[in-house]
Design a protein around this ligand. Structure first.
Ligand code: HSE
Length: 297
């Protein structure tokens, strides 16, 4: 009748994989309770932690849930309570956590009539509300766990990728809000063949590195020639955070999703904590509040 789920934060793009690569964090996320109701439709009963719309038509969890109900022969409805710990506009998949969590919980309560791929399609409707584009690179890892690749959007094809056991993520979230829709508008719509070659070399390298547990190859591949040069101007001290994280031993460092969060991947917890320390030091005293998280994947 009722289920409580952890809705993980996610890092999309992972440098080279704009709109196609993502990973789910183990230690950062929301909690959501979903209950079956005799009354039809979706009701957002309570949201704690953040100030978000409770009207189901304006809330990503509501929209994703309605997409599921539309394809279901279930005659009742659901009510949702969200303990929202991931701040909206943080770049670590706040909207995806709500969309994915809602449909995952509903599917469990209905006895799993839908596949993970179908759940991604429902959750993408929530992403469309949040960012104008139904991108799947946050909702896919939130639903599948670990690393995922969106090989194709049409038809939707999601590939689950392995997670090397010692890989740990560090994330700094400067508390300024960057709306995904805004940070998509500033991107160029074309790239040169030369840039394409660099970018897909790295996408292939990163995926090969995940399969081979080759941490150096993963590090060499965490590069982005398409999006980072443009979006990084929106993030105060991005260059310094990246330089210092690399000096502290990170394998690679880039923008998390559409920013402003910055992520680094490291080999081992000790290295990830050193990177966290360097991020702390870089952002201290500049007058922008921030949070730093260390999480397994
Ligand atoms: N791929 C999306 C973007 C992710 O970078 O715009 C947003 O979290």
């Amino acid at each position: 009748k009722e289920i409580t789920v952890f809705c993980p934060a996610t890092i999309a793009n992972i440098s080279c994989g704009f709109d196609v690569l993502g990973l789910a964090l183990d230690a950062v996320g929301d909690e959501m309770t979903v209950r079956k109701t005799a009354e039809k439709g979706i009701r957002i009963k309570k949201i704690t932690g953040q100030d978000l719309p409770q009207d189901a038509e304006k809330n990503v969890a509501g929209i994703a849930g309605m997409a599921l109900l539309e394809k279901s022969d279930y005659q009742g409805g659901f009510e949702i309570e969200i303990d929202k710990r991931i701040k909206p506009g943080s770049g670590i998949g706040s909207s995806a956590a709500s969309s994915a969590g809602a449909v995952w919980a509903m599917n469990e309560l209905l006895g799993q009539p839908f596949s993970n791929l179908e759940l991604v399609q429902f959750a993408m409707q929530g992403e469309k509300l949040a960012s104008d584009v139904a991108h799947a690179d946050n909702v896919a890892p939130a639903l599948y766990g670990g690393f995922t690749l969106v090989r194709s959007y049409n038809p939707l094809d999601i590939v689950s990728l392995p997670t090397p056991p010692e890989l740990v993520a560090t994330i700094i979230h400067p508390q300024i809000e960057i709306r995904t829709s805004d940070s998509r508008k500033i991107l160029k719509t074309t790239i040169s063949l030369k840039t394409g070659i660099q970018q897909w070399g790295n996408v292939g390298g990163l995926i090969a590195g995940l399969f081979k547990n080759d941490y150096d190859l993963i590090g060499r591949s965490l590069k982005d020639y398409v999006v980072e040069p443009i979006r990084s101007i929106l993030i105060p001290l991005f260059g310094d955070v990246k330089f210092n994280a690399m000096e502290a031993g990170a394998l690679g460092c880039g923008i998390s999703g559409s920013g402003p969060s910055i992520f680094a991947l490291s080999k081992g917890m000790e290295a990830a904590k050193k990177v966290a320390q360097s991020m702390h030091e870089t952002y201290s005293g500049i007058g922008i509040p921030f949070e730093v998280h260390v999480s397994r994947i």
